[in-house]
Ligand binder design. Structure first.
Ligand code: UDP
Ligand code: MG
Length: 310
């Protein structure tokens, strides 16, 4: 029998913990037939509700259920990292607690690994049904932009629902960076990946942890972590403004020589100074963003802290 570690990051998911467990076990029979046994790792990401208690109850009933509890909320990326580190299985799969990642796909996903020689099976949703229009719009723009500015493949609509062989898990664990943009990390490590598609499924119970602002900041993290194009953009702007300045200098000298009026041009001066200082601050800001990420990276703080383990 091969062991499959199911990793479930949870943040305030008390209503979903046991529901997820039941739904997952419905696939147990089909998986056993394929020679797969299960291990379940719930990562409690500093939940403020009874998530940890719910997992503890399951652990008492079924010793294949494990709990890793964080000292505070570290974010889903940290949860995924902790789960992968705890996973003992030859295979590992990441799943949301809210059942937006249908467990019914698991037997098929395992089949791709075992029979078709894939190293990982990833999923993407083809529709964004049930999502606010503005959010979909900006999500599309983000993926379009990433395609152009990043060498790493980041797939539109890709979910974190992913089944991996041990080699892929080890590759991901070898990336110990602090700013963990998982969607980029998956693309960066490569390996032979099979993509499965399905229609968006709405969360079973509870509420999403994302709002527009959080998603916006998350997309900035993604850009900073997987592209240095903004820095090139800064250099190009600098160059353009140097050329512009040169043209203006020549223009001013020629005009002064011909018309002999060196003091005119006060309004245009004000415009130029404010425009240039604006651009300078923008560029400094972009460089600053990279520096702040570097600062966090250099501090080398742990990605998460564990309070309790079962
Ligand atoms: N999650 C987490 N830590 C967080 C936020 C979310 O572990 O800080 C978990 C959450 O419990 C869920 C998964 O990540 O299992 C996906 O979160 P959510 O459903 O809120 O995101 P959405 O599906 O709306 O993108
Ligand atoms: Mg969800």
């Amino acid at each position: 029998m091969k062991l499959l570690s199911v990793i479930v990051p949870c943040y305030n998911e008390e209503e979903n913990v046991s529901y997820f467990y039941e739904e997952l076990l419905k696939q147990e029979h089909a998986l056993t037939e394929r020679g797969i046994e299960l291990e379940l790792i719930y990562v409690d990401d500093g939940s403020k509700d009874k998530t940890a208690e719910e997992v503890r109850k399951l652990h008492e009933k079924d010793d294949r259920v494990h709990l890793v509890s964080f000292s505070r909320n570290f974010g889903k990326e940290a949860g995924i990292y902790a789960g992968l580190r705890k996973a003992a299985g030859e295979y590992a799969v990441l799943m949301d607690a809210d059942l937006q990642d249908p467990p019914s796909l698991l037997p098929e996903m395992v089949r791709y690994l075992e029979e078709e020689g894939y190293d990982s099976v990833a999923t993407r949703r083809v529709t964004r049904k049930g999502e606010p229009v503005i959010r979909s719009f900006f999500a599309r723009r983000f993926y379009g932009l990433m395609k152009r500015i990043s060498q790493t493949e980041i797939v539109d609509g890709a979910r974190d629902y992913r089944l991996m062989k041990r080699c892929v898990v080890d590759a991901i664990l070898s990336m110990t960076e602090y700013n963990r943009f998982t969607k980029g990390i998956f693309g960066w490590v490569g390996f032979r990946t099979k993509w499965l598609e399905y229609e968006n499924i709405e969360r079973a119970k509870g509420e999403t942890k994302w709002n527009f602002w959080k998603l916006f900041l998350y997309s900035l993290d993604g850009i900073l972590a997987f592209s240095t194009m903004p820095l090139a953009f800064v250099s190009v702007i600098g160059l353009i403004f140097c050329l512009l300045a040169f043209v203006l200098i020549v223009f001013t000298i020629v005009r002064t020589v011909i018309f002999g009026d060196p003091t005119s041009g006060w309004p245009s001066l004000v415009c130029i100074i404010s425009a240039v200082s604006g651009v300078q601050l923008l560029c400094l800001g972009i460089v600053g963003q990279y520096m702040s990420k570097m600062y966090l990276e250099v501090k080398n703080r742990p990605v998460y802290l564990i309070k309790e383990e079962l």
